[in-house]
Design a protein around this ligand. Structure first.
Ligand code: PLP
Length: 310
């Protein structure tokens, strides 16, 4: 089932469209739900009997994987960096799903994951490991498929998106869209709005994901084209995860009031704000622009609650 794409409205002489990954029909949707579908295929086909993954208390990934495991009856083990951050709706749901979370200092995360996997294997289990955020070629593949949905929509509605904007974290989602674009050669710019990582490192991670996926599927693309296709902007990080910026808060309120669509302060609010700033600053005009709503709806409620109480 393709997620809906619909027109949002005009912004500075451009037509803004939105693809609603937040409406994917499992566990509040979002890009982690799309990635989880492919992880589940591998878990089922490989006969795995438990899952080990990684994430913080705000993690949409941990909520979706926790939900997946609960609904399929698999134990779920989450290694989490010990942090000061308060519980969130995501962490509350993750706990409700019965995921077993181990919090350790950040520098101990890697070893703790390895030990957990080894321990499970020793006791006769077959654990399936998922990188934090669903990072990796399978996560990238999920967004190559999403790109195909976008293409289908364009063909069907005789439209061409000149830009696709999205929130970029581990970069897997962006890498998938870029790989899709490299495959079809469409003239457009996919723009990842960084929500935490700075350049040049942030962009390098996306490039690595692109190269890794292309290598895995045996597709040769000249490095120059790959370099051109990966645009990762770090102008709107503003304190990284869960920052509290007035401009972002105003954007969230505006989009909710005007269009009835929830955005959150960590991912989609930040990237939507980044998109409008980019359009303004670079005087983008007369374009069809697609915003990929990557989900994270529970985080919208965290921000709402904090705004009311704070
Ligand atoms: C995880 C997440 C992202 C970032 O996805 P990556 O593939 O890690 O770049 C963006 N938006 C939301 C809502 C997310 O949960």
């Amino acid at each position: 089932m393709n997620t809906p794409i619909h027109q949002l409205g005009r912004f500075n002489h451009n037509e803004i469209w939105i693809k609603r990954e937040d409406l994917l029909p499992f566990s509040f949707g979002g890009n982690k739900a799309r990635k989880a579908e492919l992880f589940w295929e591998e878990i089922r086909n490989g006969g795995y009997d438990c899952v080990v993954t990684y994430g913080t208390s705000i993690s949409n990934h941990c909520r979706v994987i926790g939900n997946l495991c609960a609904s399929r009856g698999l134990p779920c083990y989450i290694i989490s960096p010990a942090e000061k951050s308060a519980p969130t709706y995501n962490s509350a749901m993750t706990a409700l799903f019965g995921a077993r979370t181990t919090a350790v200092p950040l520098q101990a995360v890697h070893d703790t994951i390895e030990n957990k996997i080894r321990e499970l294997e020793k006791s006769g289990n077959k654990p399936y490991f998922i990188e934090g955020g669903g990072h990796g070629n399978l996560g990238t593949e999920a967004y190559v498929r999403c790109y195909r949905e976008i293409k289908e929509f364009e063909t069907e509605h005789k439209i061409h998106f000149d830009y696709i904007f999205l929130a970029s974290g581990t970069g897997t989602t962006q890498a998938g869209l870029v790989c899709g674009q490299l495959a079809d050669g469409a003239k457009r710019q996919v723009i990842g709005v960084s929500i935490a990582r700075e350049n040049p490192g942030g962009r390098e991670v996306v490039l690595d994901s692109v190269r890794s996926y292309l290598h895995a599927v045996g597709r040769r693309i000249p490095e120059k084209r790959i370099q051109e296709a990966v645009v990762f902007i770090d102008d709107y990080i503003d304190g990284g995860y869960g920052s509290d910026n007035v401009k972002i808060r105003e954007t969230i309120e505006w989009v909710l009031k005007e269009y009835g669509i929830p955005l959150d302060a960590t991912y989609t609010g930040k990237s939507f704000y980044g998109m409008t700033e980019y359009i303004r600053r670079l005087c983008v005009r007369d374009r069809d622009i697609l915003f990929l709503h990557t989900g994270g709806t529970p985080l919208f409620f965290d921000a709402l609650k904090n705004a009311k109480e704070g």
